[in-house]
Design a protein around this ligand. Structure first.
Ligand code: FAD
Length: 398
């Protein structure tokens, strides 16, 4: 690790890896620091990604694809299961990754492109001069080093502290943190090519439970519930254990993980003087699905492109870097986050009876494609009352 780079990237997840790789491909010097001793582990993810989304960044490789999905099912609170075949399921079908290897591969690519990589190296505080972020103190194996950079890209994940240290309010309301737990289960009877989502206040209050196959008889079986619904005796793990006992009584958990997913709106502003915030740290997870792998890679790459332009022009002020913020908000990803936030807010307020009604109605629709947008349009057309309930959002898409 040198003392000075064009770009310093904090965090070795998908956002940081794409930021470091793009920066060096654009001709900059870059260093990625990761506090953990190994990239990709431990995995805190259900590992699902849509086909199109993945293809934008990488050609699928059997070394890090655990399973290919060709369908999806949504199970209503009353047990009714709506099946979506692959030609309808669109971006809801895709791949279940092996993120231990996927994340590692992304960082390898950044290293091969020329980025310096420092593992077991934690950014412990920013270097700030006259309000301008100039780098970070990096703690590595007992020693501390000042590393300066023209632009720092904070890609330090959902627990991000770096931006907060730089004076940005990164608070997520408790009700908008999905408390999530997951088992990797072995020896279970599943459809190995279909994801399953369970909805309902008994199963997963203000969230959902998922089965994401990893092989013929193994899957990530997990749950996310609103932080405000979690408490003694009714934590996410309690709901998951009840489900697993009932559904897979002979299944064997071989791994357990717990983590938080933010399903709030993105940060009000994702740049500051000398600083760009990407991925989960910017709160750009899809608030409806909790998916953030694609959004991390997208914002990581964009962050490095904007950094390159601004460094080239000799202006890395907040004003100059704002193009990053406005670009991702105007993108398909940014618009989907905004729309899906409203849908999530609507759905979490519905009683099970309403969720049953919606899922039964949708199962009768002859959809040409299954996207959130087409689905909402169809639901509104068969249930105009929903237009009023969804308010401005519905009006804008109907
Ligand atoms: C239970 C669960 C299930 C999920 N399922 C899915 C799913 O199926 N599909 C999907 O798309 N998304 C899913 N997600 C979300 C997804 O995992 C994240 O959105 C994605 O990993 C975000 O990438 P990132 O690079 O922004 O952050 P991360 O992958 O979290 O990477 C951040 C990195 O920064 C490092 N770091 C933090 N602080 C420092 C520091 N001070 N110095 C150096 N390094 C630091 C961390 O160690 C970490 O490696 C899930 C999340 C959870 C918790």
């Amino acid at each position: 690790m040198k003392n000075k780079y064009d770009v310093l990237v904090i965090g070795g997840g998908p956002a940081g890896a794409l930021a470091a790789k793009t920066a060096v491909e654009e001709g900059l010097s870059a260093c990625l620091v990761e506090k953990r001793p190994a990239i990709g582990a431990p995995v805190r993810c259900a590992e699902g990604i849509g086909k199109e989304a993945l293809h934008e960044f990488a050609e699928p490789d059997p070394r890090w694809i655990s399973a290919v999905m060709t369908g999806a099912s949504i199970v209503a609170p009353d047990g009714f299961s709506m099946k979506l075949e692959s030609h309808l399921a669109g971006n809801k079908v895709g791949y279940i990754l092996d993120r231990k290897f996927f994340d590692r591969e992304l960082v390898w690519k950044a290293a091969e492109a020329g980025a310096d990589i420092a593992i077991k190296s934690r950014a412990s505080s920013p270097i700030i001069e006259k309000g301008h972020v100039k780098g970070a103190k990096i703690e590595s194996c007992g020693s501390v080093k000042n590393v300066t950079a023209d632009v720092v890209i904070a890609a330090d994940g959902v627990e991000s502290k770096f931006s907060r240290w730089c004076g940005i309010d990164t608070t997520v309301p408790v009700r908008e943190i999905m408390s999530s737990v997951q088992y990797v289960m072995a020896d279970i009877d599943i459809d190995p090519h279909s994801t399953v989502f369970y909805l309902g206040n008994e199963v997963a209050p203000e969230g959902y439970l998922w089965i994401f196959p990893k092989g013929e008889r193994s899957a990530n079986v997990g749950i996310g519930i609103s932080g405000k619904k979690s408490g003694e005796g009714h934590r996410a793990k309690d709901y998951l254990d009840r489900f697993v006992k009932k559904t897979f009584p002979r299944g064997k958990p071989i791994e357990y993980i717990a983590g938080g997913v933010s399903v709030c709106r993105p940060l009000d502003c994702t740049v500051s003087d000398g600083l760009i915030i990407a991925g989960d740290a910017a709160r750009v997870v899809d608030p409806l699905t909790g998916g953030g792998i694609y959004n991390g890679m997208y914002t990581g790459r964009l962050a490095a492109k904007v950094a390159t332009e601004c460094i080239g022009k000799g202006d890395v002020s907040k004003n100059a870097l704002m193009v990053y913020d406005t670009t991702w908000r105007a993108s398909k990803m940014g618009k989907a986050i905004e729309r899906n936030y409203h849908i999530k807010e609507y759905l979490i307020k519905q009683p099970d009876s309403k969720l049953n009604e919606i899922i039964h109605s949708v199962s009768k629709i002859n959809l040409k494609e299954f996207t959130t947008l087409s689905l909402i349009k169809e639901i509104i057309s068969i249930n105009p009352k929903l237009m009023l309930e969804l308010g401005a959002l519905a009006a804008s898409i109907s």
